[in-house]
Design a protein around this ligand. Structure first.
Ligand SMILES: Nc1ncnc2c1ncn2[C@@H]1O[C@H](COP(=O)(O)OP(=O)(O)OP(=O)(O)O)[C@@H](O)[C@H]1O
Ligand SMILES: [Mg+2]
Length: 389
């Protein structure tokens, strides 16, 4: 006789829970199923079946319909409710065929009449197990697709917000320049005149106007993301060199907080991206500034470079506060910030990562983030590699 092994592709074996009040019958069936390479657990009634399932895993339940206490049907309903992925095969007496049909209607996998032909039962168990795995795979697929769809909607939303924000930033730049110029003019007139009362108050007001205009200017500047008027300029960019130059640019900020910025990967052959250096520099500034903001004084930022498929990837890792799972969904949204919004402060507009996302999409690159609260954060950007002709 052929041994009916039920090992699946990962080497696991089907786990059967046998629920029947006749002990000798149970023992005999269990022994024979075990000989067919199944893991069989046994319980004598419905209540112990539920108790067993609350602490153990099983794949298929073989359930006697007629049991003292909780009936097979009642047990089935509870199993179905609390362990919806489980498959159930009913065992009925010869006279209980209508019960079996009722069981299938209620959602059981199948029913078999006693006395049971063991290979028939083993075959049914295997089929039920396959169905269970298929349904689990479908469920995983559904969740994966839902997540993908959500991410795509998010990316599309960010892309259209990106286009709109660039337009608005352009429009706002002109009136901002006029306000700034007029404030400057009023300051000169005020300084030259002796007859204007409340001069001090007026200067204060002008200060506020100028500071706010500067902040608004920083926002539009950020939103324009160094997009050059004549389109993007793609050239081979030595990313290690560009990163090092950018680290020098933000030196003031790192030194003020005594933050170290070091490479984890040794310099080797230059790794070249085919990209726009001005926009990538903007991305690097935003990522590095965020890392500096996130760490404690004396904190560490680590950089690594590697090739992956047809891309060059740069990792920016910090040992700062990390990001909560709830916030990680929102960090690329415009104006999402956890930083105090102080008008004079350069930080805290919540546009940094929005702009990073926008630039990466425009440059056919990608950005990923991994983080846990208290464990720092890792941002990875990948851009197409440049190949010399
Ligand atoms: N490396 C990081 N570690 C921890 N949190 C981070 C990190 N990078 C970003 N964040 C979180 O993401 C939020 C959004 O970042 P983003 O750069 O878009 O705006 P911001 O830094 O708050 O403001 P701005 O960039 O204008 O200074 C931050 O407020 C912070 O909560
Ligand atoms: Mg930022």
């Amino acid at each position: 006789m052929e041994i009916n092994t039920l090992e699946n592709d990962t080497g696991k074996v089907v786990r059967v829970l046998l629920v029947d009040d006749e002990e000798r019958f149970r023992q005999a069936i269990a022994r024979r199923l075990e000989r067919r390479h199944m893991i069989v657990s046994q319980v004598p009634d419905g209540a112990s079946c539920l108790e067993y399932l609350s602490t153990h895993e099983a794949d298929v339940v073989v359930l006697d319909m007629k049991m003292p206490g909780m009936s097979g049907m009642e047990t089935f309903e509870a199993v179905n409710k609390y362990h919806p992925g489980l498959q159930v095969i009913f065992l009925t007496g010869n006279a209980g065929i209508t019960d079996g049909v009722e069981g299938i209607r209620a959602g059981a996998f199948d029913y078999l009449a006693k006395p049971v032909e063991i290979d028939h039962l083993a075959g049914k168990i295997r089929q039920a197990w396959e169905l269970k795995r298929l349904e689990a795979a479908r469920e995983r697929d559904k969740i994966f697709r839902r997540r993908l769809e959500k991410r795509m909607i998010h990316t599309q939303r960010l892309a259209s917000l990106g286009t709109m924000s660039t337009g608005i930033a352009h429009e706002i730049n002109n009136p901002l320049a006029i306000i700034k110029e007029s404030a400057g003019f009023m300051r000169t007139v005020l300084a030259d005149s002796d007859q204007i009362p409340e001069k001090k108050m007026l200067f204060k007001g002008l200060d506020k106007i100028e500071k706010s205009v500067d902040r608004a200017g920083r926002i539009t500047h950020q939103l324009l993301g160094y997009v050059r008027k004549h389109g993007r300029d793609l050239t081979p960019v030595d990313i290690r060199q560009l990163t090092e130059d950018t680290v020098v640019l933000i030196k003031q900020k790192t030194q003020a907080k005594k933050v170290s910025v070091k490479w984890d990967t040794k310099p080797g052959h230059p790794m070249r991206m085919y990209t726009d250096p001005f926009q990538v520099r903007q991305v690097l500034i935003n990522l590095l500034e965020n890392a500096v903001d996130a760490v404690e004084p004396g904190g560490r930022i680590r950089l690594s470079l590697y090739r992956k498929d047809e891309a060059v990837c740069l990792e920016v890792r910090d040992n700062g506060s990390g990001i909560t799972p709830e916030n990680i969904e929102k960090i690329f949204d415009p104006f999402f910030t956890t930083k105090p919004n102080v008008p004079e402060n350069e930080s805290g507009t919540g546009l940094g990562l929005f702009v990073v996302h926008k630039i990466m999409a425009a440059l056919s690159g990608s950005i990923q983030v991994e983080s846990e609260p208290g464990q720092g954060a890792l941002f990875t950007i990948c851009l197409p590699e440049w190949h010399p002709e």
